[in-house]
Structures are given as structure tokens and as C-alpha cells.
Design a protein around this ligand. Structure first.
Ligand SMILES: [Zn+2]
Length: 453
């Protein structure tokens, strides 16, 4: 139990009474009915108690009972904010189109050209404002963004994220090897120097929720010299690392050709000091058991991006196998390889992929919707090393939360009298959308509806 601190006096608390739905290590879906949750001025949860202790709590914490925000039973509940562990903010203009080619051709024809436009700061500001507003509106309280090679527009993205109040990692993309789009390439020394400048500038801004992440794009677009220097820089400064791994068969073949001395794709990152407990790798569709064991030993996380993997026909990732290897797995939209900005969509696509995998393997243990919900929240926080801060409702964690209302006008699904809370929640996961998300909080601050939006 937290003790009363100056920031936790009753008049400084936000207090909610109602149903809270989240995941824990031991339970993928825990429904906490009739609870009172208090959040202090710092945005941290100070207690979660049964509602029948309301009077006792009001005396202990010195708050007036009329101050309590009461949720409508059955119609409203809080769930943790959703966590997008892999999204390319500059690809947002292409979201929902340009999906007719496999990964490597798709990069050349559509993706490098749109990313090259981010040297224009005005263009960057317009797109980045839209993507941050859109993801927040869809309940993404934490996002792990790839930006582009352009330091100034990367910093602009950080400014916008801070302004709208999202929690995020932002990576200045590094790539010094790319023959197809000369406009979109750096020298090795530029790439390292600009990464250092980006990190220094972002740290100077002292944004409480926006942190840098070292971002070699992927092994194909980075020389060994660049990867080595980025690995050293990240390790020396205790920074997070993100990249892509084992997304498509053609990509894996290219990596094999370029790094013949490495045992496998994971080994390429490992020998360049890029695989550790602060690393998150997107896709991991074709990792062997040997590679998964390496991930587990190193503590590296995986971002599963099912919409992207099916839209670009990259492959079907076996999340169950990764979980069996005790790896932290979160969900990613991978906009714009994935065509939806919503982690609820990722929940549905991840369920589909798991169901499809079960068709070919006898006794395959499919992911339940409860487990996929855990990937979208607590799993994502662990994959990003943020589990002490966000991911579920626990005393001491930040209050990152979405207020869901199943009874809003135009709700995309119906609730019937006989529906249990479990059924209502499943309907929301499979059928709900931003219309049902009536309030969104990050670190205790309401970011939607937002007066500055
Ligand atoms: Zn990606």
C-alpha cells in the first residue's frame, strides 16, 4: 500500500469507481468489478480497492465522496491504454494503399520515396500531427515509432507527441546502404553523428514521456561499420534499440548473402551488439528455435505485426512458439505495411493468424482473445521494457487508460441483457472502435477529448 505523499492528498486525487479490465502475469484477463481507483497528481495509481470500502477510503485519503467519478455499470469500463510496439510515422500518407508488392519491392517503389519527403519540415509537421492524433484517438497511449533519416523532422515528431501527451519511443532511422533511392541515404559517419545529435537534442527537451531509440533500419540497409557504432552508442548510453528481423524469405536470403560468416539473421545483430534486453525487433516471422533461444537469453522482445505480415504476404508468425520460448511479445500496426492504425485491428489479425496456423498443425494451441489482449497491453509494455510504468492497473504504475463505453450512439456492436462482462469485453475487442473510446488518459492526464486537439 502506498503511503500518503504530498502529491497524494485527497484534493489532488482523481478517483474513479467502476469496472477495470486488464491482464496480469498470471491471468490474461482479469475483470475487477466494483473497484475504486485513485490516481495522484503525478499520474500514478495510488490505490485499487473494493468499492464497498468507499467511506473508509474517503477518510483515509481525505477526499470527498462526491468527487468520485462513477462509471455506468455494464456500459462503461476502463482498460489499459493500448501499446503499438512498431509503427512508421512517415509512412502514414500511404496507409491503406500501395500494398500490391512484396516487402523489398514495396520499399523501393512506395516507401523510400514517401520517406524522402520528410526533409521538408512543413510536410513532416502536417503528417506527424495527423498520425499522433489518429493513433491516440484509437487508444494507443504508447507508441514505438520509426521516423526517417532527417534529424530535424524526427525532433518535430517528438515535439508533436509531447504536445498531444502520448508516451513514445522515437527513432531516427539509420541506413547507409541503399542503391535504389540516393535521396534517401546517409554516409556512415553522418548516420552516427546525426543519431548522436538527435538523442542529445531530445534529451535536452526533457519531455517526460518521449524517449529516443536507436534505429538501424534493418541489416540489408546498414553496413557492418554502422551497426557496430550504433550498438556501441546504444550500450554506452543505456538506450533502447529497434529494428526489423526475419520478415520475408527474400529479405532473409539477402541477409545470408551479405553476412555469410553469421550463423543466422539474429546473429548478424548479435555480433554488432544490437541484441539485448532493451531491444525490440519487428516481425520475427521465420526465426528458428535456435534464434528464439538467443532472443530469450538476451532478453530481446518481439513486435508481432500481423496486418503487415499478411498484407505484404510476408508470412505467418508463430506467436505461440515465441511465448513458449519465454520471449516478451507485443503487437505492432507496422503502418503502412499494415493498413490500420488501430491496435484493436492488430488484436483481430493476430487472432486470425493464430487460427490459420492451427489449421496445419494437430494439437496447435491457438491464442485466445484474452491472450491477444495481453499482448496488446502488458505484453507490449514488457517488450518495450516499460512494464514498471505501464501495461496494466497496478499501484505505482502510471494511469494509462481507455474509458470504453459500449452504449455510445452508433456503437458498432450490441449488448444484450444476458451478456456477461466477459462477453461484452470480447465483443468490444472484436467489433469495437474509436467511437467506443470516450476518454483516453496517459500518465493520469486526459489526452482525449483534448482541449488543444
Ligand atoms: Zn516496420
Amino acid at each position: 500500500m502506498a503511503t500518503t505523499a504530498p502529491d497524494s492528498r485527497g484534493d489532488c486525487l482523481q478517483i474513479f469507481r467502476g469496472t477495470f479490465i486488464h491482464s496480469t502475469d498470471t491471468s490474461p484477463l482479469e475483470i475487477l468489478e466494483s473497484r475504486i481507483v485513485a490516481v495522484n497528481k503525478l499520474g500514478k495509481i495510488v490505490f485499487i480497492e473494493p468499492a464497498d470500502k468507499e467511506e473508509e477510503l474517503s477518510q483515509k485519503w481525505h477526499f470527498k465522496r462526491e468527487k468520485i467519478r462513477k462509471l455506468c455499470p455494464r456500459e462503461e469500463f476502463f482498460m489499459p491504454g493500448l501499446i503499438d510496439t512498431h509503427i512508421h510515422a512517415p509512412q502514414y500518407p500511404n496507409m491503406g494503399c500501395c500494398l500490391d508488392l512484396p516487402l523489398l519491392q514495396w520499399l523501393i517503389k512506395y516507401t523510400f520515396p514517401v520517406e524522402a519527403r520528410f526533409k521538408d519540415l512543413k510536410f513532416a509537421e502536417d503528417v506527424y500531427t495527423k498520425v499522433v492524433k489518429k493513433t491516440l484517438r484509437n487508444g494507443t497511449t504508447t507508441a514505438c515509432y520509426f521516423a526517417t533519416i532527417h534529424t530535424e523532422s524526427c525532433l518535430k515528431l517528438c515535439d508533436i507527441i509531447d504536445k498531444f501527451g502520448q508516451r513514445a519511443f522515437v527513432g531516427k532511422v539509420c541506413m547507409d546502404m541503399n542503391d535504389v533511392c540516393t535521396e534517401y541515404r546517409e554516409t556512415t559517419s553522418e548516420s552516427v553523428k546525426e543519431t548522436e545529435r538527435f538523442v542529445a537534442e531530445l534529451v535536452k527537451r526533457k519531455y517526460p514521456l518521449v524517449k529516443p531509440i536507436v534505429t538501424p533500419r534493418f541489416a540489408i540497409s546498414c553496413t557492418p561499420g554502422l551497426m557496430k557504432q550504433l550498438g556501441s552508442f546504444a550500450n554506452a548510453n543505456n538506450l533502447h534499440i529497434q529494428s526489423h528481423i526475419s520478415e520475408s524469405r527474400a529479405e532473409i536470403a539477402a541477409v545470408k548473402k551479405m553476412f555469410p560468416k553469421c550463423k543466422n539473421y539474429s546473429d548478424v545483430y548479435d555480433v554488432h551488439s544490437l541484441l539485448n534486453d532493451k531491444t525490440i525487433m519487428a516481425h520475427a516471422v521465420y526465426l528458428s528455435d535456435e534464434e528464439l533461444e538467443l532472443f530469450q537469453r538476451k532478453g530481446a522482445g518481439i513486435s508481432h505485426c500481423p496486418n503487415s505480415n499478411t498484407s505484404l504476404c510476408s508470412g505467418l508468425m508463430d506467436v505461440r512458439n515465441a511465448l513458449n520460448h519465454k520471449i516478451n511479445v507485443g503487437l505492432g500496426t507496422d503502418v503502412s505495411g499494415g493498413y490500420s492504425p488501430s491496435i484493436l485491428d492488430a488484436v483481430r489479425r493476430a487472432t486470425d493468424v493464430s487460427n490459420i496456423l492451427s489449421l496445419n498443425t494437430a494439437d496447435y494451441q491457438k491464442l485466445s482473445h484474452e491472450e491477444v489482449f495481453r499482448l496488446a497491453t502488458l505484453g507490449g509494455s514488457k517488450a518495450l521494457g516499460l512494464e514498471k510504468v505501464t501495461g496494466n492497473f497496478e499501484v505505482g504504475k502510471d494511469f494509462d487508460a481507455v474509458l470504453v463505453n459500449t452504449g455510445v450512439p452508433g456503437s458498432p456492436f450490441e449488448v444484450f441483457h444476458e451478456d456477461t462482462l466477459q462477453a461484452i469485453f470480447q465483443k468490444f475487442l472484436f467489433l469495437g472502435d474509436d467511437r467506443n473510446m470516450t476518454e483516453i488518459y496517459v500518465a493520469g492526464k486526459q489526452v482525449f477529448p483534448c482541449p488543444t486537439a
